[in-house]
Design a protein around this ligand. Structure first.
Ligand code: HSE
Length: 447
């Protein structure tokens, strides 16, 4: 049988990695897919650069795919069966993906921003045109988490997902904790090692992780992708001192993407999170990714691996190409639904605003070292119904020549609703003895 023909849009890290893996493992991939998979055309902004990259991979001119700077020509080419979008972003990538779908081509993409923001439009267009949109590489790089959620765990009522799904921030947090370097130095290291997005703001402000959490949430709970409802907080404001205090209390701070089935809706949030140091997730270091999925039947399951990089991401892209190759002649009704649930059975369960989320909290207070300060604070917490789980008070530091002292008090609370803790913080900050804003971090026990 003729190989299935792929048109590649973009030939950067992921595009060239995909080409390399497909070429190296072509025989095994063919045995798995039932026919060959051939990258027949590549569209890039700079064809000379792509030609050089192909040459570096060792592709001789004769066997080389046709390279063009005309993206539409590839998307419109009747000989192309699958368009693999490796451009990224939500601009031109969206237009090209929709055009490919209207041309009745299947799409494989690693573009988490595109699906988190425009997923509903794209999946509807795919349904209308009878094609598949495959996106394993969009979440946690080489970890087959989409496959696990959509197929392997399909018997379960998923209860929660908590994941380290951004390698850049995990690398930064590991470096800050292990080597005591500051945030800026650690970020520079992550950029030099190629982990960060083109705009590292998306990494450090939690946006990249929120795109991925949004996609997982939709698949886990059968709701539409709703990035605009996600709570997003990154690590750029995280102080090194909180990493140290958390350590003293037996916790590590990780940027987690969390989505959970709660009483009144679904939680969908990304923020720095304290987790007990003994949890496996707490020990995921450097740029590695890991996702815990808790299902009612299976309990907790953990998926670990490389969340970025040329070949790990290509591993997921090629898996999608094989899936599409196997299924492209199947009746569309017999394919696995894009969001795991049948498209006409998606639920309108709301995504909860952050005020309604339930969590434990780490609170750091800077206080004047005077009699009664702790009593005032604990009274406010008790009046708000917040129970204290642990407390750490540091030695007083002299802050002026008159012997005036200040100290840090760190409180760990039991689980409570966020709006309650915010009310308590407002009252605590109004105390004359509390000398600066309270630092609040959320905690998960992951029990
Ligand atoms: N910048 C991302 C990360 C790459 O650091 O994990 C994969 O999405």
């Amino acid at each position: 049988m003729e190989p299935i023909k792929v048109g590649l849009l973009g030939f950067g890290t992921v595009g060239s990695g995909t080409y390399t893996v497909l070429r190296r493992n072509q025989e095994e991939i063919k045995r798995r897919a039932g026919r060959g998979i051939e990258i027949a055309r590549i569209a890039v902004r700079n064809p000379a650069k792509a030609a050089k990259a192909l040459n570096d991979i060792g592709v001789a001119d004769a066997g080389s795919p046709a390279v063009t700077d005309d993206f539409n020509a590839v998307v419109d080419d009747p000989s192309i069966d699958i368009v693999a979008e490796m451009i990224g972003g939500t601009g031109i990538a969206r237009e090209l993906v929709l055009r490919a779908i209207v041309n009745r081509k299947h799409v494989v993409t690693a573009n988490k921003a595109l699906l988190a923001v425009h997923g509903t439009e794209i999946f509807e267009a795919a349904h209308a045109n009878g094609v598949m949109v495959a996106f394993e590489a969009a979440v946690a790089g080489g970890i087959p988490i989409i496959k696990a959620l959509r197929e392997g765990l399909t018997a379960n009522r998923i209860e929660y997902i908590a994941g380290i799904i951004n390698g850049t921030t995990n690398y930064i947090l590991s470096e800050m904790r292990d080597r005591g370097v500051d945030f800026a130095t650690a970020l520079k290291g992550a950029q030099e090692l190629g982990y960060a997005e083109a705009d590292p703001t998306f990494d450090i402000e939690g946006v990249d992780a929120a795109h991925k959490a949004t996609i997982m949430s939709a698949i886990a709970f059968g709701v539409p992708v709703q990035f605009d409802k996600a709570y997003v907080e990154g690590i750029s404001q995280l102080a090194a001192i909180d990493i140290r205090y958390a350590e003293e209390l037996g916790y590590r701070i990780k940027l987690l993407g969390i989505t959970r089935r709660a009483g009144k809706g679904i939680e969908l949030r990304v923020h720095p999170t304290l987790i007990p140091a003994k949890r496996l997730l707490a020990n995921v270091e450097g740029p590695m990714n890991a996702v815990v999925v808790h299902g009612d039947a299976v309990g907790a399951t953990l998926y670990y691996g490389k969340g970025a990089g040329a070949e790990p991401t290509a591993s997921a892209v090629v898996a999608d190409l094989v899936d599409v190759t196997r299924l492209h002649t199947a009746d569309p009704e017999h394919r696995v639904p894009h969001l795991a649930f049948q498209r006409d059975r998606l639920s309108d369960t709301p995504i909860l605003p952050i005020d309604e989320v339930t969590s434990g909290y780490y609170l750091r207070l800077r206080v004047a070292d005077v009699t009664g300060v702790l009593a005032d604070i604990t009274r406010i917490l008790a009046n708000t119904g917040i129970s204290i789980d642990a407390l750490l008070q540091k030695e007083s530091e002299q802050v002026d020549d008159h012997g005036k002292g200040e100290t840090d008090i760190i409180l760990i609370t039991h689980e409570t609703v966020e709006k309650n803790v915010n009310a308590a913080i407002a009252d605590i900050e109004a105390l004359r003895t509390v000398v600066s804003k309270v630092t609040k971090l959320r905690m998960e026990t992951l029990n």
